[in-house]
Ligand binder design. Structure first.
Ligand code: HDE
Length: 690
């Protein structure tokens, strides 16, 4: 299928030179690039060495300002295709024909940390998609939470200043656990709903491939007749939604700060293309006031039980970028990049965004011609009178004003063919005023709904997260004020948090059960997706004496299912298996940690694998995997090692001649090739994630 974006990238690609000499930027051949021109062997460097000056100058200018938020990201190309025509509610060309594939570029990001911060921090994740449609670029600039922290964009600088590192110390990096954020939160109850999401496991996704995306605002679809329909956008990952646990996420920040971007890159490089379904919640214009919250309030969701999510298409990411800087760093998303059939609402957060993105990009990308950068260039033809400014890349000819007669009137505005963007004809009437609508004032009931919708283990993680974050806040009055705010959501939640952070338990508040609503669709329990081990990383601990045939029997079965299995030993190279043959090791224990894997298998050998059982790194590997709730499995003499590390689980499960599973620990003390029942139970445990 033709991919116009790919054709454009191919045309723009500058392949690294394979023949000919090194040159300067001016194309002059260079014969020496290791020593600057100097007056004598030990003399000063000469200004006339233009190659030296150019090389250093170019280096000095290699950086551009990082994004003020969402600085750290990872991107990929792919395509979107609708399941069927959406003409019933939008005229957008890319949503009409299932045979039409629209190229996309997606950038995932964290928000608080700088460009070089770690991936697995507690934070919102950006999920920004650029659709290169036949009618121009459409950007859906979303997050992995469906709600935002504030209601009006004028507060965005305050919120971001509060969450960013503190102004005197520039601490903390990639973290929200500090005084200024919680000071702001405790004074600004509209933040609470999004804060609840931030304290939940949604804020530490296992993978960019395993998180949802949301447009957050209520947008508007418009059909050919000009009829509007309110719409909320949802991306649902085919891989299911999965998260890390906090202790694991923190260790991962050190073991592999690139954990999420590596996962995205490696999966695409291996042909395991991540996929999302695009779903929409549609609300007819006449139902604008049918809800007990305001559709224009970005701190609210429309519960899926009230308005179901209707799947309308799918997106597949199947190509990594060629160049991180040129593409992922220079890509510029903008909520105001819409195409005919997609329109805005008066959500005051969205209105502010429609100003902010282009504004920031003008400084970040050095002027207005950044739309000519390959990743930003539309595949639809561009004909404007806007030309001058930094970095104009094209040689425009002809006139640059309208109307004109000297240029034959070109480019002329689009005619009666209906191809032009027409703004939705909304009637607006009101006095100029600075006041939040009364319909925006309830900050607690949906926060409570989120809390009510969580499984017990999710609630426990949320309480622990509040205790961690507030426990790092120095000002006790900020801790107390936040707990008092939580008491408006659920008194028991507030008390549990208070007990962990050394402040008095609030006496008054909302008794549990007062807010009754819940939305089962919000729990991770509901979002695990099809149980599959595809792309799951499984560590097999091996050492001298291991039964290679046993390892191979499990390994092959898991690999067939799409899992990625790696043999890990105390040192790299090979180990000597029980049959005397060399068995290839994939990684050495000191270079990895169990936080980088989804499950661990400890195989055995006829006389055991003493090198493993006595290796502190191996013991820690298994213990951490257990602590983080990951599936563990052991065979033969490996069961003995597991028993020493997690005695409670194994003692209960080990019965000779049987495969036993308990709390995600699968053991079979029998020797030799693994039984198919063992493989199946282990596979099921891995597919269940935790
Ligand atoms: Fe953004 N946001 N934002 N934001 N945002 C930026 O634009 C802004 C908001 C989101 O991968 C900036 O080019 C304001 C909500 C993503 O390049 C900036 C407000 C949502 C990305 C900006 C918001 C987002 C950004 C920084 C409140 C989810 C990364 C660099 C009115 C629906 C895009 C840039 C990428 C980036 C402003 C709130 C998502 C400064 C003023 C709500 C995914 O323009």
């Amino acid at each position: 299928m033709t991919d116009h974006k790919q054709d454009q990238r191919d045309a723009a690609r500058a392949e690294g030179p394979t023949t000919g000499p090194l040159t300067t930027d001016q194309g002059v051949a260079v014969d020496h690039t290791d020593d600057a021109l100097a007056a004598g062997e030990r003399g000063p460097t000469l200004m006339e060495d233009f190659h030296f000056r150019e090389k250093l100058t170019r280096f000095d200018h290699e950086r551009i300002p990082e994004r003020v938020v969402h600085a750290r990201g990872a991107g990929a190309y792919g395509y979107f295709e609708p399941y069927e025509s959406c003409a019933e509610f939008t005229r957008a060309a890319f949503l009409q024909d299932p045979a039409v594939r629209t190229p996309v570029f997606v950038r995932f990001s964290t928000v608080q940390g700088p460009k070089g911060s770690a991936d697995t921090v507690r934070d919102v994740r950006g999920f920004a998609t650029k659709f290169y449609t036949s009618e121009g670029n459409y950007d859906l600039v979303g997050n992995n939470f469906p709600v935002f922290f504030i209601q009006d964009g004028i507060k965005f600088p305050d919120f971001v200043h509060a969450v960013k590192p503190e102004p005197d110390t520039d601490i903390p990096t990639g973290a929200s656990a500090h005084d200024t954020l919680w000071d702001f939160v405790s004074l600004q109850p509209e933040t609470l709903h999004a804060i609840m999401w931030l304290m939940s496991d949604r804020a530490i996704p296992r993978s960019y491939r395993m998180m949802q995306g949301f447009g957050v605002h209520t947008f508007r679809f418009v059909d050919t007749a000009g009829r509007g329909t309110f719409v909320k956008f949802h991306w649902n990952p085919k891989q299911g939604v999965h998260s890390l646990v906090w202790d694991e996420a923190q260790e991962c920040q050190g073991r592999d700060p690139d954990f999420n971007r590596r996962d995205l890159w490696d999966s695409i490089a291996a042909g395991e293309y991540p996929e999302w379904e695009l779903g929409v919640q549609l609300v007819p214009e006449e139902d604008e006031f049918a809800f007990d919250f305001d559709l224009l309030d970005a701190t609210k969701i429309i519960p899926e039980e009230q308005v179901p999510v209707r799947p309308i298409g799918r997106m597949v990411l199947d190509r990594n970028p060629d160049n991180f800087f040129a593409e992922t760093e220079q890509v510029a998303f903008h909520t105001a990049n819409v195409v005919p059939g997609v329109d805005f609402t008066n959500d005051p957060l969205l209105q502010a965004r429609n100003f902010s993105y282009l504004d920031t990009q003008l400084i970040r990308l050095g002027g207005p011609n950044f739309t000519q950068i390959p990743v930003n260039r539309p595949v639809a033809p561009v004909r404007t009178n806007q030309r001058d400014g930094y970095h104009q890349d094209a040689l425009h000819t002809g006139t640059n004003y309208s109307p004109n007669s000297l240029g034959a009137g070109c480019p002329a505005v689009s005619g009666a063919d209906g191809s032009a963007y027409t703004h939705y004809a909304q009637r607006v009437d009101g006095a100029t005023i600075r006041r939040r609508s009364p319909s925006f004032q309830d900050h607690y009931s949906q926060t409570a709904m989120f809390w009510n919708s969580m499984a017990d283990w999710e609630k426990e993680h949320i309480v622990q997260a509040f205790r961690f974050e507030l426990g790092k806040v120095g000002a006790l009055k900020v801790r107390s004020r936040t707990v008092d705010e939580l008491a408006h959501v659920d008194l028991e939640l507030a008390r549990s948090v208070a007990r962990g952070i050394g402040v008095p338990e609030p006496q008054d508040g909302v008794e549990p059960g007062r807010y009754k609503s819940s939305s089962p669709a919000l729990s991770l329990e509901a979002l695990r997706g099809g149980s599959s081990v595809r792309t799951r990383q499984i560590a097999v601990l091996v050492a001298d004496g291991v039964d290679a045939a046993q390892v191979t029997s499990v390994r092959e079965a898991l690999t067939v299912e799409g899992a990625i299995v790696e043999a890990i030993a105390p040192t790299d190279g090979t180990v000597t298996a029980s049959d005397g043959e060399a068995y290839q090791v994939d990684r050495a224990l000191p270079t990895v940690a169990s936080v980088l894997y989804d499950a661990v298998l400890v195989p055995g050998g006829p006389v055991g694998t003493p090198g493993l059982a006595s290796d502190p790194d191996a013991v820690r590997f298994v213990r951490d995997a257990y602590r983080h709730g990951k599936p563990l499995a052991a065979l033969g003499s490996g069961v003995g090692m597991l028993e020493r590390i997690v005695p409670d689980e194994v003692r209960r499960t080990t019965q000779s001649g049987q495969v036993v599973t308990h709390h995600g620990v699968v053991t079979d003390a029998r020797t030799g090739v693994a039984q198919s029942e063992f493989v199946r139970k282990f596979t099921d445990a891995v597919a269940a994630h935790r």
